[in-house]
Design a protein around this ligand. Structure first.
Ligand SMILES: *[C@@H]1O[C@H](CO)[C@@H](O)[C@H](O)[C@H]1NC(C)=O
Ligand SMILES: *[C@@H]1O[C@H](CO)[C@@H](O)[C@H](O)[C@H]1NC(C)=O
Ligand SMILES: *[C@@H]1O[C@H](CO)[C@@H](O)[C@H](O)[C@H]1NC(C)=O
Ligand SMILES: *[C@@H]1O[C@H](CO)[C@@H](O)[C@H](O)[C@H]1NC(C)=O
Ligand SMILES: *[C@@H]1O[C@H](CO)[C@@H](O)[C@H](O)[C@H]1NC(C)=O
Length: 404
């Protein structure tokens, strides 16, 4: 048995958090002793395994500021994580291994007293910050340098896709280390254990009719996720569907939403406004930070998934939809190129255009047999290539090898 601690900045409900929770579950299932240390945790916005006792969570340093007058988010996150790294030192039993992700600055500190560190790189952090003025680039310069140097100090580096491996190589030019690909997986037992016979989502206060066509979009309320593409595609669908088909079509948008994050709050309003302008607000339901139950209910009962972000680093949602036998329509870039097989488990659309998305969506809406065929192929692909067992073995072997 190896003692493993996961160190993660904000244990919310995004893809990065899902990966950390699944990795912790996988190591626990491999009979290791696992816990999670985080600098922010909200029981209203977290995965169920972190609050039902399956995975112990320790919250430290939440009192430290997240920003200074709306600026210096990265610097504050670094300070919070350094604090959390020191905290691990004071835990009764030292972990043998610490797995961290997102913020690499804590690695040299961990190395002072932890034998082995693993870094999971979802994407280089420096590419995630929005461009700013000259002052911002001066401020980022040392942070970027530190990110590169400290990332290189991990004993083992994982990335989530070949796409990210390529980005890693082009960003961290000073590092010669080859990161290993550890594809995220989904905890399929969990999906199997939840039985939801019919959709229990309402529009306003009326239930959606039985014969509704439901398009689902799942993504945080962030501009880079290009959620407006889903709304524009619904609007464009009127050109490809009969009036009756279009009348029965609804779009449900669900996504992580944190009221402390301005962008989430603003973007949510922007999308509602867009739907109003296009006069299709009565066909769209917006849900914020849905429970696992609601999310799985929708995945099970939707017609198909629209996945809008371009250059997504991996994208766990397409896998979840595929496992639940839903075709996925996504832009032909980033992780979806590795998860979706075009014209077999869904469609990869070469342009970011609502018309192109709508055209392929309409093909699937009109052809139930095709949807079923895509759905079966999708499930098959997840089980074959992204199984939880394979994910678990890869992690277990890494942990065992490091210790030896
Ligand atoms: C973990 O890996 C070790 C070494 O490869 C192996 O002996 C052990 O059975 C594995 N544990 C599980 C639960 O697969
Ligand atoms: C988002 O999608 C629209 C089409 O609805 C496209 O014109 C635009 O370039 C995309 N924006 C981003 C940031 O990807
Ligand atoms: C579609 O909906 C519109 C507006 O509610 C209605 O006027 C029209 O009759 C409907 N068409 C069909 C074919 O149901
Ligand atoms: C898509 O797949 C179908 C068979 O499922 C095939 O008949 C069709 O030619 C394919 N389309 C393209 C453009 O490859
Ligand atoms: C995916 O297949 C469709 C035809 O089924 C084709 O129109 C589209 O261009 C293909 N996408 C890519 C990225 O090759």
């Amino acid at each position: 048995m190896v003692r493993v601690t996961f160190l993660h900045p904000d244990l919310g409900i995004g893809g990065a958090e899902r990966l950390i929770v699944d990795a912790a579950l996988a190591l626990k299932k491999s009979a290791h002793d696992v816990n999670i240390v985080t600098t922010h945790y909200d029981p209203e916005r977290c995965f169920v395994e972190t609050k039902n006792g399956t995975l112990p969570v320790i919250v430290v340093g939440n009192w430290l500021p997240r920003h200074i007058f709306g600026k210096f988010y990265a610097l504050c996150a670094y300070i919070r994580m350094i604090y959390a790294a020191f905290y691990i030192f004071f835990i009764d039993k030292h972990p043998d291994i610490v797995v961290c992700d997102l913020v690499s600055i804590c690695i040299p500190i961990l190395k002072l007293f932890i034998r082995h560190t693993i870094f999971y790189c979802h994407h280089p952090d420096q590419l995630l910050t929005l461009p700013g003025g000259r002052l911002k680039s001066i401020y980022r310069l040392p942070l970027n340098y530190l990110e590169e140097i400290t990332t290189g100090q991990a004993d083992k580096i994982f990335v989530n896709s070949y796409y990210t491996a390529e980005v890693f190589k082009n960003t961290f030019k000073r590092l010669s280390v080859q990161p290993e690909i550890l594809y995220p997986s989904i905890h399929t037992n969990f999906f199997d254990s939840i039985d939801i016979p019919s959709l229990d989502i309402t529009l306003g206060n009326k239930k959606l009719p039985e014969d509704s066509i439901i398009l689902l979009s799942i993504n945080r309320y962030e501009r880079k996720k290009n959620l407006s593409l889903a709304i524009d595609s619904l609007f464009a669908l009127s050109n490809f569907l009969t009036e009756d088909e279009f009348n029965r079509t609804y779009l449900i948008m669900i996504g992580g939403y944190d009221k402390r994050v301005n962008e989430n709050v603003e973007h949510y309003e922007e999308l509602i406004k867009l739907a109003d302008e296009l006069k299709i607000s009565d066909k769209i339901i917006f849900l914020r930070s849905p429970s696992d139950h609601d999310k799985i209910s929708l995945l099970k009962h939707c017609t198909l998934l629209i996945y809008t972000p371009p250059n997504e680093h991996f994208g766990i949602v397409p896998l979840e939809a595929m496992y639940l036998r839903k075709p996925v329509i996504a832009h032909d870039s980033g992780g979806p190129k590795e998860t979706i097989i075009n014209n077999t488990t869904g469609y990869l659309i070469p342009e970011l255009s609502a018309k192109a998305f709508a055209e392929k969506i309409s093909v699937l809406i009109k052809d139930k047999l095709l949807r079923d065929r895509f759905g079966d192929a999708g499930r098959d692909r997840v089980i074959r290539t992204f199984s939880f067992e394979a994910f678990m073995d890869q992690l277990n072997n890494t942990v065992i090898k490091l210790i030896e």
